[in-house]
Design a protein around this ligand. Sequence first.
Ligand SMILES: *Cc1c(COP(=O)(O)O)cnc(C)c1O
Length: 397
Amino acid sequence: MTGFDATRKLFHLPEGMIYLDGNSLGPLPLAAEARVREVLAREWGDQLIKAWNTADWISLPARVGDRIGRLIGAPAGSVATGDTLSVKVFQALAAALAMRPGRKVVLSDTGNFPSDLYIADGLIKALGGGLELRLVAPEAVADAIDESVAVILITEVDYRTGRRHDMKALTAQAHEAGAIAVWDLAHSAGAVPVDLTAANADFAIGCTYKYLNGGPGAPAFIYVAPRFAETARPILSGWMGHEAPFAFDLDYRPHRSVERMRVGTPPVLALAVLDAALDAWDGVDMADVRAASIRLSERFIAEVEARCPDLELASPRDPAMRGSQVSFRHPQGYAIMQALIANHVIGDFRAPDLVRFGFTPLYLSEDEVVAAATMVERVMTQRLWDDPAYATRSKVT
Ligand SMILES: *Cc1c(COP(=O)(O)O)cnc(C)c1O
């Protein structure tokens, strides 16, 4: 029915579990196990250090970057991988700020993910010089772009509500005002069609353990618009971003491409898992994913609202205005989610009061979405959440 029967078979999906948290951590791609076993045994095991050349580990980050690039409208050779998203935020923002030396404002919004804001704050404090992080409501970003702004640092899809910014319009507006646009695609890559080239974005960053199913702590990515590939300043000037790492020069000379955003030795095992995970996207059209995602999320909202009047939709009602996740608000949100998880419907909770569900057509069916809504109804009408066991918060919510 979804047209994704073939991709569903590519994942390990535990029997009896309805997984609505692929927006936080995608499931295990079956191909990953074999790939890692091969890298461990045949590459690391048998070839040891030779594998940097014989298995071409050294260009694995770039090969994986190109595969991600296809999903986000980035041309070959414009995406580097490695490190974590927080590190990539730091690099992109630092490079963007270096391009606008006279300006003092980094503009972001209160819907942004805290790590992006913490990183921006830390970088601004380190750089000094009167820089300022200006936060406005997500709806107020457009009006806040003026000629004091050096960089807009915006996450396209809000991690809590799924609210989606208009990347193309805000980028155009930033450029009009002379600012640089940095886009965080954490909840966009693999969730919605992204076209960085058409949007004329300057920098983009994202993680790969969410919709791209790269596994816990999978390497992040960074896109640098080709027009800046030879000028963007790498603040973390590690040897792997050097033009010739094995020349062992005493002076740093950045690579003449996005590879300058590499820092240190790439995480080969993690990249191998991610590479295998990206197989699931081969031949997949993001427009089809988007159409299916909207169908699933619309069905879920309709079913939940018809059954559970106490849950208030926190996501935009218009599917065009949201990414691939839906949140509902309830004062007992944490306990509600714990009760759902105990009944094998997995979503997550985001403070202070949101129960959040992600929709991932690659491996999620409409029948599961309806079954999940039925369980939400049971948890609400039978007050299954009202159990002291669900009141104590775990470290990870
Ligand atoms: C998930 C997420 C992060 C997490 O950053 P890590 O460095 O990978 O832990 C950062 N920013 C946004 C917008 C996110 O959604």
